[in-house]
Design a binder for this molecule. Structure first.
Ligand SMILES: Nc1ncnc2c1ncn2[C@@H]1O[C@H](COP(=O)(O)OP(=O)(O)OP(=O)(O)O)[C@@H](O)[C@H]1O
Ligand SMILES: [Mg+2]
Length: 465
C-alpha cells in the first residue's frame, strides 16, 4: 500500500479545515447580509408607515385616512414586490386595506416596529405603528401596518452573500495552490538527494553530502550515511575474507600439484605409493579447508541466516553429533561421552549453524587430545545465569596456554606444533556462530590435570524451561 504523499495530505487537511471554516463563515455572512438589507429597507418601510400615520385624523364622526401616493411609491418602480397595508383600530374596525395582516408582538405609540410574518402564503416584512387620535370620541389609537414581500430584500441578501462566499472560496483555492507550490519547493531537495544517490556509480559508498539539504532532512542523510558505512564495513570484511581464503587455498593447491608431479616421476609402484598417500592426506586437508571456508562465509552476519531463527534443542544436537563422531573417537581410543539427562534445552537459532558449532568443538577436542584421552560434552542450563543454555566440551589433552586463548579465535591462527591438517578456522567459525545467536564463548583450563574446557553460552528461547 502506498502512503499518501505530502502534497495530498496537506491538500486534504487544508481543504478540509478551510472548507469547514468557509461553511461557518458563510452562516455569519448570510446573517450579516440579511441584517444589512433589513436595515436599509426597514428605513423606507418606516418612512411609509410614518407617512400614512401623518394622514390619519379624526372628525367628530369618523376616522379618516388619506393614503398618500408617495407612501407606497417606493414599492413600485421596477420592483417585483407586492405591498399590503392595513389601517384600523385594533379589535374595533378596519378603516382601509387588507384584513388579517400579521400583528406585531408588542408596540408603543408613535414609534414604528418591524417584524416578519406570513400572509396568504407569502413571506412578508412588516412595519407597524400606533397613532393616538387624542379625541374623546376615539379613545383607542389607530394601528397602521404595511407589509411588503421580500423578493427585493432576498435579491440583495443573495447578491451580498454570494459575492462574499465567492471571494472567500477564491481565497481558499489560492491558499491551497500556494501551499502545494510551497510543498513542491520544500520537497525538491529530497528529490534531488534521491537523484544524486541514484546517479552514483554502483560501488560508490562514500558519504552523501548534506550540503544544500534543509536541516529537517539532515537526519535522513545521516541515516543513509550510517547505513552506507555499515555496508562498506561488511564489504570490506568480505573482501578481506576472500583475499585470505584465496591466499590460504593457493598454498595447499601448490603442494598438491608438487606432490602429484613427484608421484608421476616415480617409476615403480612401490615408490609411487607413499607419494600418493601423502597426496591423499594433503587432499583431505584441502577439502577440510574448503569446507571450513564455506562454513565461515555462511556464518557471517551478511548472509542474514541469523534473522530466520527457530527453536532448536541443542542438547539433542549435541547427542547426535557425539554419536556421529564416535567412530572418529574410536580410531584414537578416545572415550567420547555426553553428560546430563535428556531434558531438552531449547534455544532460538539456526540448526545447521549450531550443528557446525558443536561439530567444530568436538572435532578440536578429538584432534588435539592424544590417544586414550577423555572428551566429554555437556549441555545444561547455566547455573549462575537466568534463561541461558550452557554447552561445554571438556578434554584432557594439552589445553591452550592462557596467553593464546584470545588469538586462537583469529582466522587461520594455529598453535605451533598442531598437526598440519587443520586450517585454523574452526574456532573463528564457532565464535561467529555463538555471537550471531547472541551468545558467547570462553576457553579455560579443564578441571583435571590438563586439558581444555570450552564453554558456550546461548540465550534460551523465551519461556522455555
Ligand atoms: N581442544 C583443544 N586442545 C588443544 N588445542 C586446541 C584445542 N582446540 C583448538 N586448539 C588450538 O587452537 C588452534 C585453533 O583451532 P581452530 O579450531 O580454530 O583451528 P584448527 O583446528 O587448527 O583448524 P580447523 O578447525 O579450521 O580445521 C588449533 O590449531 C589448536 O592449536
Ligand atoms: Mg579446529
Amino acid at each position: 500500500m502506498r502512503a499518501p504523499g505530502l502534497k495530498r495530505r496537506l491538500a486534504f487537511w487544508l481543504f478540509g479545515v478551510l472548507s469547514a471554516l468557509l461553511v461557518v463563515d458563510a452562516w455569519y455572512s448570510y446573517s450579516d447580509a440579511l441584517g444589512a438589507a433589513n436595515q436599509a429597507y426597514d428605513r423606507s418601510l418606516s418612512a411609509s408607515v410614518k407617512g400614512i400615520a401623518e394622514r390619519v385624523y379624526a372628525t367628530e364622526k369618523e376616522v379618516v385616512v388619506d393614503i398618500p401616493y408617495s407612501a407606497l411609491e417606493l414599492f413600485e418602480a421596477g420592483s417585483s414586490d407586492r405591498i399590503f397595508y392595513n389601517v384600523g383600530i385594533p379589535g374595533d374596525k378596519v378603516i382601509t386595506g387588507y384584513e388579517d395582516l400579521p400583528l406585531p408582538e408588542s408596540i408603543s405609540p408613535n414609534s414604528p416596529v418591524f417584524y416578519d410574518g406570513i400572509y396568504k402564503g407569502q413571506q412578508l416584512r412588516l412595519g407597524a405603528m400606533l397613532k393616538p387620535l387624542y379625541r374623546a370620541e376615539f379613545p383607542k389609537p389607530v394601528l397602521i401596518i404595511i407589509g411588503e414581500t421580500i423578493n427585493t430584500r432576498q435579491e440583495v441578501v443573495h447578491h451580498l452573500f454570494s459575492r462574499e462566499v465567492a471571494r472567500k472560496a477564491l481565497l481558499i483555492v489560492v491558499a491551497l495552490a500556494v501551499a502545494l507550490f510551497a510543498t513542491m519547493i520544500a520537497v525538491q531537495p529530497i528529490d534531488n538527494l534521491g537523484q544524486a544517490i541514484r546517479q552514483r556509480p554502483e560501488d560508490d559508498l562514500t558519504p552523501v553530502t548534506a550540503l544544500g539539504v534543509p536541516h529537517e532532512v539532515k537526519p535522513l542523510v545521516e541515516a543513509i550515511n550510517l547505513h552506507m558505512e555499515r555496508i562498506s564495513a561488511m564489504l570490506e570484511a568480505r573482501r578481506r575474507f576472500i583475499t585470505d581464503a584465496a591466499h590460504q587455498l593457493r598454498t595447499p593447491l601448490a603442494v598438491l600439484n608438487t606432490q602429484a608431479e613427484y608421484a608421476l616421476r616415480q617409476h615403480s609402484e612401490a615408490e609411487m605409493r607413499p607419494a600418493i598417500e601423502a597426496l591423499h592426506r594433503s587432499l583431505a586437508s584441502a577439502i577440510r579447508l574448503a569446507n571450513q571456508l564455506l562454513s565461515l562465509s555462511r556464518a557471517e552476519p551478511i548472509n542474514g541466516l541469523m534473522v530466520a531463527r527457530q527453536a532448536v534443542d541443542i542438547a539433542a544436537v549435541a547427542r547426535d553429533m557425539v554419536v556421529e563422531l564416535l567412530p572418529l573417537a574410536a580410531r584414537k581410543s578416545i572415550d567420547l561421552g555426553i553428560e546430563g539427562d535428556r531434558a531438552p534445552i531449547v534455544v532460538a537459532g539456526h540448526p545447521v549453524l549450531l550443528r557446525e558449532l558443536i561439530a567444530n568443538l568436538i572435532d578440536n577436542a578429538l584432534r588435539y587430545t592424544p590417544e586414550n584421552g577423555v572428551v566429554t560434552v555437556a549441555v545444561d542450563q547455566a547455573p549462575d545465569r537466568a534463561s541461558t543454555a550452557r554447552l561445554r566440551v571438556i578434554d584432557n589433552g594439552p589445553g591452550i596456554p592462557a596467553e593464546f586463548r584470545a588469538q586462537v579465535f583469529l582466522r587461520f591462527f594455529r598453535l605451533d606444533g598442531s598437526d598440519y591438517t587443520g586450517s585454523g578456522l574452526g574456532l573463528s567459525i564457532v565464535r561467529e556462530i555463538a555471537h550471531g545467536h547472541g551468545g558467547d564463548i570462553t576457553l579455560s583450563d579443564a578441571p583435571g590435570v590438563s586439558g581444555l574446557l570450552v564453554e558456550v553460552l546461548l540465550p534460551l528461547v523465551e519461556g522455555a524451561a
